[in-house]
Design a protein around this ligand. Structure first.
Ligand code: SAH
Length: 264
């Protein structure tokens, strides 16, 4: 089966891989260095690492935190690096009632929960674009979810035992993004009330999805749940980020990148 990734390998156009924070990339840049060597290009105060990792030509970079950071980085990946598609990997707060720390959420749609130009436009709609829920590339998201399922099947129980978390599950659905770290029962309750189908909250994904929508570039987003967006979120986020996030990212990306054409 032809896939975006195998097409990228065939055409030489790389895949963009984006995260907000270094821990969310795991050892990806080191793996690239060992496999192909890394060419690092500095552009707009960010370093873009170009090379091949797990057999796939990639441009790997850090957006840093927030929607503007994600949007400008996605735009650079598209215009300065001519990427074929973009995948975002990182952590998020769980919002869905059955989404627990250590679970994985692959986005089917993404929405900016803090955009509100009502009553001029419906709440959550991006004014003059007419979109509130941005889609992802279905084939890319399927491949990402398949990689997550393989990771859970191979290593989920061992991970749970090692990190003292629940055995991970993979969810697919709505991820919401905004320029707030959501960390209180009140804020979480408001989000659930306004968007009952939201599975996870983070600060970048929907901005990436908007840029990719506007330029017709395929994208997908995977988030590991670091906290449950409540009063425990700051501590849970920090310990998950420093101790666990890299393990998940390494395991998911290795499976995602290494098997182009396997049909996911
Ligand atoms: N000072 C912190 C900032 C992290 S902000 C640091 O640099 O370590 C939290 C990051 O994790 C964002 O990139 C966001 O996408 C994600 N995230 C995890 N849990 C979140 C939550 N509960 N609310 C919003 N974003 C969350």
């Amino acid at each position: 089966m032809s896939t975006l990734i195998s097409e990228a390998a065939a055409t030489g156009r790389p895949l963009g891989i984006l995260a907000a924070l270094p821990q969310e990339l795991g050892d990806l840049i080191e793996a690239m260095r060992a496999e192909s060597g890394v060419r690092t290009v500095t552009h707009g105060r960010r370093d873009y690492h170009v090379g091949t990792v797990h057999g796939t030509p990639c441009v790997v970079t850090l957006a840093r935190v927030g929607k503007v950071a994600a949007a400008v980085t996605a735009s650079a990946l598209i215009h300065a690096f001519d990427v074929e598609a973009i995948v975002f990997t990182g952590v998020a707060g769980g919002v869905g009632s059955d989404v627990r720390v250590g679970d994985i959420v692959v986005a089917s749609t993404l929405l900016q929960h803090d955009i509100d130009a009502s009553p001029l436009f419906p709440r959550f709609e991006v004014p003059l674009l007419g979109v509130s829920r941005f889609g992802v590339d279905a084939a890319l998201a399927d491949r990402l979810a398949a990689a997550c399922e393989r990771f859970v099947a191979d290593e989920g129980a061992a991970c749970a035992a090692r990190f003292g978390t629940h055995e991970p599950r993979v969810h697919r659905g709505l991820i919401v993004s905004g320029d707030q770290f959501v960390a209180s029962a009140a804020a979480l309750g408001a989000l659930r009330f306004a968007l009952p189908d939201a599975l996870a909250v983070e600060m970048e994904g929907a901005a990436l999805a908007q840029v990719c929508h506007e330029y017709g570039v395929p994208c997908a987003v995977v988030r590991t749940i670091s906290d449950t967006a409540d009063d425990h979120a700051p501590a849970s986020f920090m310990s998950f980020l420093t101790e666990i996030a890299g393990t998940y990212s390494n395991a998911i990306l290795a499976r995602f990148l290494a098997v182009p054409g396997s049909g996911g």
